[in-house]
Design a protein around this ligand. Structure first.
Ligand SMILES: [Fe+2]
Length: 339
């Protein structure tokens, strides 16, 4: 497993910046975060150059960042924002001796611990994978996540929940990742309900941020499974945010999986999903308004042959707990009544 060097958890995490006096620092900040937290960031980082970063990073963004690091001699690069901002900042570690610090302002992407970064080139998204992309320092300050909408909080954390469940039952799970997956699951279930009811609940937000971090470690170690393969194919076609695509396929794919393998029994060790996994998950998704979300979507005409091929060849299918056939893919789609 690959771990970041240092992780600070809680609302005082930004005090870490006090250790960076006399360093040459560049901070990449998403525009929406800057608008809400400018004063606090300028106070925490008095001798830092700030740059805005928006949208998914392109190869040209990465190249100009690297040129700037060389030209100005930055020793530290900080990424403050969601997955895209962190991904761009993480590539600074590919430059010699640059320390990377990330401050996630959303929960559930896992970008703060992953050893990949998605960089687009033309119309293509190209993930770069390298051990060097794991940040040196992660600061988990829950106050940045307080302004996330209920809907976005729900679907990004459902992604972290399903990533943990799929990591737990994955063919490549290990005892350490299994323990972390169960910790993440049992933090997400109660705290996501609380954060959806009261978005200002800092303790719930802190637990969700920690769970998202753990889920990122689990997925980096054990990968995920078929819910992700469905989400990649249909989410890309229908331009759905990743977490929403995950929420859409959660119940039908897990229901099918439970008929094919007994590995889902590992969830008996969870405090919250130990009774009847499907009805527990159904109730949970209903509570956060994501139950049967697929019925609101227009799937259009589905090319079943292409869907089977692409879903079966998705890299996440290789770690699914049972081998996936065309009949499995068709069976799930027909149970959803979309083919
Ligand atoms: Fe995911």
């Amino acid at each position: 497993m690959h771990f970041p060097g240092v992780v600070y958890i809680g609302k005082n995490s930004l005090f870490y910046f006090k250790t960076l006096q006399n360093k040459k620092i560049l901070a990449l900040v998403s525009k929406s975060v800057w608008e809400k937290h400018q004063e606090r960031l300028e106070r925490s980082l008095p001798n830092c150059d700030f740059r805005f970063s928006h949208g998914e990073p392109k190869k040209s963004d990465m190249e100009s960042l690297h040129k700037e690091i060389q030209k100005k001699g930055y020793t530290h690069v900080i990424g403050i924002g969601g997955g895209s901002v962190m991904d761009l900042a993480k590539t600074a570690r590919l430059e010699k001796n640059t320390e990377v610090i990330v401050v996630p302002t959303t929960s559930g992407t896992g970008a703060e611990v992953s050893r990949s970064a998605v960089i687009s080139e033309g119309d293509e998204k190209k993930p770069i994978v390298s051990e060097k992309l794991v940040p040196n320092v992660v600061l988990l300050d829950p106050s940045f996540t307080l302004t996330l909408s209920k809907f976005k909080t729900a679907y990004t954390m459902v992604d972290a929940l399903i990533g943990s469940i799929e990591g737990l039952v994955s063919r490549t799970s290990n005892p350490l990742s299994e323990g972390m997956a169960l910790l993440a699951i049992d933090r997400i279930i109660p705290n996501l309900r609380l954060a959806c009811e009261n978005p200002d609940d800092v303790k719930a937000r802190e637990n969700l941020q920690l769970a998202g971090f753990l889920s990122g470690l689990v997925q980096g170690s054990s990968s995920v499974g078929l819910v992700h393969s469905f989400a990649h194919y249909f989410g890309g076609k229908m331009r759905l945010p990743h977490g929403l695509a995950i929420g859409t396929f959660t119940l039908p794919v897990i229901k099918h999986g439970m008929e094919k393998t007994d590995r889902f029994q590992k969830l008996q060790a969870s405090q919250y999903l130990n009774r009847d996994l499907l009805s527990d998950l159904t109730k949970f998704l209903r509570d956060i308004d994501l139950y049967e979300y697929h019925k609101k979507l227009d799937f259009g005409e589905i090319d079943v042959k292409e869907a089977c091929e692409r879903i079966r060849s998705d890299v996440c299918t290789t770690t699914n707990p049972y081998p996936v056939t065309d009949d499995d893919v068709k069976g799930i789609l027909s149970k959803m009544e979309v083919i």
